[in-house]
Design a protein around this ligand. Structure first.
Ligand code: SAH
Ligand code: SF4
Length: 361
């Protein structure tokens, strides 16, 4: 199995293939011209093109399934070189705006939700990704490749930047080395040029690693999957809470360097009759006092075999209003891509179930 060229930072390529400017050329071809063959790199000597061709693949991923939702979001299932699969989703946050003459006023805005691992070790009770257990970490190239494939597939021009959220399959902070490398590769100005402030790392709350990520001063945004406001319930939902309780997470967040104009996002997955009551909203408000934060309420998305249920919209609204009326920013995550089973892990699970059926018959 050949490594992918996407696994390398520009500095690493500079060391591997001097003179220095070659790395910049390679980055340009791969990330801005979206080449599919090293031989297309016209300004690179033929000998080097042949060497690259024999040593590396460009993309380590192959699209095996694609589902389009009525709201414009597209979910991808990618196969990795060893046959495992991961998901990523292209979310259209804003449509293009045209004036009366059909001239483009604003480009559409996109966010790509990427996976960081095959499976996950954390084992949250509500999450389908957790059901299959942990398989392996993704390499930096396998993370970066998800965005590159999606930009190519949708003809998103190289100068049109997208935002990244690490909210797909896996716990990004459990793969900190490759995560930080992918953040740097995304940010490279000769490549995709996605500045760290447009990248959001979502974590289930490994406090020690939140501290470490903060100390790395990468400039990324932070999202915490809180989901519960007392430790007993949070332990039931996220077993890891035994080791890293709510107080330790809040401490780590307070120590995290946040871009002055940004806030830490707290994700709160709302499950019917589990955590959708006003008493929880009240505790949440208290917990976040003194932190520049915003809350994102997420509808639990049911799947076959779970006993958890989607909350009533009225309850969501009441929860949101309670926080808004007391000055805490709070949004409800639109059910983007609901008809394509939005929560990550669901497309892969369908595919694996099909494989299981096939191997039985
Ligand atoms: N492991 C990290 C990264 C994202 S996990 C984390 O937990 O923060 C993927 C996201 O999907 C999380 O925000 C999680 O809350 C959400 N999610 C998982 N299962 C879900 C479900 N059944 N319905 C809706 N959202 C779900
Ligand atoms: Fe892992 Fe996140 Fe799913 Fe929890 S919600 S099991 S941390 S992917």
């Amino acid at each position: 199995m050949k490594p992918s060229i996407l696994d390398y930072t520009q500095e690493e390529l500079e060391r591997l293939f001097p003179p220095k400017f070659r790395a910049k050329q390679i980055y340009n071809w791969v990330y801005q011209h979206h080449i599919s063959d090293f031989m297309q790199m016209e300004n690179v000597p033929k000998k080097l093109r042949e060497e690259l061709q024999s040593r590396f693949v460009i993309s380590p991923l192959k699209t095996v399934q694609k589902q389009k939702s009525i709201d414009g979001s597209i979910k991808y299932l990618f196969e990795l070189q060893d046959g495992h699969t991961v998901e990523a989703v292209l979310l259209k946050m804003k449509d293009a705006v045209y004036d009366e003459n059909g001239e483009l006023l604003h480009h559409p805005k996109f966010t790509v939700c990427v996976s960081s691992q095959v499976g996950c070790k954390v084992g949250c009770a509500f999450c389908l990704t957790a059901k299959g257990g942990f398989v392996r970490n993704l390499t930096a190239g396998e993370i970066v490749g998800q965005v590159l494939e999606i930009k190519k597939d949708n003809d998103i021009a190289s100068n049109r930047r997208v935002n990244i959220v690490y909210m797909g399959m896996g716990e990004p902070l459990d793969n900190l080395d490759n995560l930080s490398k992918s953040i740097a590769i995304f940010a490279n100005e000769n490549g995709l040029s996605i500045s760290p402030k447009r990248q959001t790392v979502s974590t289930s709350g490994i406090s020690s690693k939140i501290k470490k990520l903060g100390e790395m001063e990468l400039g990324v945004q932070l999202a915490i999957s809180l989901h519960a406001v007392d430790d007993a319930l949070r332990e039931e939902l996220i077993p890891m809470n035994k080791a890293y309780n709510i107080a330790s997470i809040i401490d780590a967040v307070k120590a995290f360097p946040v871009n002055t104009r940004k806030r830490v996002m707290f994700e709160y997955l709302v499950i019917k009759d589990v955590n959708d009551d006003i008493a929880s909203a009240k505790k949440l408000l208290k917990l976040l006092q003194g932190i520049k934060s915003k809350v994102n309420l997420i509808y639990f998305n049911p799947y076959p075999g779970t006993t958890f249920q989607r909350p009533e919209p009225e309850k969501m609204k009441a929860f949101q209003d309670y926080l808004l009326n007391r000055g805490l920013l709070c949004t409800i995550r639109e059910s983007k891509g609901l008809d394509i089973s939005a929560a990550c892990g669901q497309l892969r699970e369908q595919e694996l179930a099909e494989e299981r059926r096939e191997s039985v018959s």
